[in-house]
Design a protein around this ligand. Structure first.
Ligand SMILES: Nc1ncnc2c1ncn2[C@@H]1O[C@H](COP(=O)(O)OP(=O)(O)OP(=O)(O)O)[C@@H](O)[C@H]1O
Ligand SMILES: [Mg+2]
Length: 259
């Protein structure tokens, strides 16, 4: 594929000649200098941007051939997005944040709250936050917030997870836990995971290493991925929320919801 941004008369050819294939069930990282086009690439693969040249085929379908409705269904159900900012809604509880995709899904206006809550609880258990469903996001640590965002991404059982700097706002220990969780989802649920990262440690933990540079994509090869780190610290009982946490002001990243 190719992608150029046009601003007035200026044309910025970000991705000039990118050709690669990711197999079902792979665990892949993408690195590259700032501004090299990693987010641009992820947005195109995830169906958030369809203004590019060339072809992107996912699961045997050309994304270009999908209608708007089909593309939005692909974004909602096939793909799980995880971003650097967690994009949790501060006025909703954890379980309500995780159930949000039920509201966005096409034709699902009748999804009953009980079914959505049950599914939300299931995915919260998967990320080991099963006891924190009634907390507000501001009561959670950064790593826990990111796990809520991951649970939300898992809500519709995606086949593909696209993660843009998912550990960028976390310290190294929490970053390692989050990558361990992705590894577990990759192994146990067979989800194909693609992680854009600046962090060599995160990249080293994946099985395959891609690099975007000078408008091209290079395959830096495969290594045995590090074994999955424990996904999370043992879940604390809901009543034992960190005492100081409630006083913590909502962070900027809590005020928006993902597009
Ligand atoms: N909406 C846009 N309009 C114009 N130019 C854009 C737009 N989005 C990105 N760009 C430009 O495209 C290039 C690639 O941006 P992109 O966000 O994909 O880089 P990146 O590799 O994700 O960088 P970083 O590591 O800093 O997140 C940059 O030069 C950027 O300025
Ligand atoms: Mg980026």
């Amino acid at each position: 594929m190719r992608k150029a941004y046009k601003t007035g008369k200026l044309v910025n050819e970000v991705l000039r000649d990118v050709e690669f294939e990711i197999g079902d069930g792979e665990f892949v990282s993408i690195i590259g200098p700032s501004g090299s086009g990693k987010t641009t690439l992820l947005h195109a693969i995830g169906g958030l941007d369809r203004d590019y040249g060339g072809e992107i085929e996912v699961d045997g379908r050309s994304l270009r051939s999908l209608s708007d409705v089909e593309l939005s269904d692909y974004r909602n159900r096939f793909v799980g997005f995880v971003f650097q900012s967690f994009y949790l809604l501060p006025h909703l509880t954890v379980v309500e944040n995780v159930a949000l995709p039920a509201l966005f899904a096409r034709g699902d206006r009748t999804v009953d709250d009980d079914a959505a809550r049950r599914r939300a609880q299931e995915v919260l258990d998967e990320v080991e936050l099963g006891t924190r469903g009634d907390s507000k996001p501001t009561m959670l640590s950064g790593g826990q917030r990111q796990r809520v965002a991951i649970a939300r991404a898992l809500f519709h059982r995606p086949k593909l997870m696209l993660c843009d700097e998912p550990t960028g706002n976390l310290d190294s220990k929490m970053g390692t836990q989050i990558v361990g969780l992705f590894r577990k989802l990759n192994r146990d649920a067979g989800i194909t995971v693609v992680i854009v990262t600046h962090d060599p440690k995160i990249s080293a933990a994946t099985e395959r290493h891609l690099r975007v540079e000078d408008g091209q994509l290079f395959d830096d090869g495969r290594t045995a991925a590090e074994p999955a780190a424990p996904a999370a610290e043992p879940a604390a009982p809901a009543a034992a929320a960190e005492p100081a946490a409630e006083a913590e002001p909502a962070r900027a990243d809590d005020r928006e919801v993902s597009p």
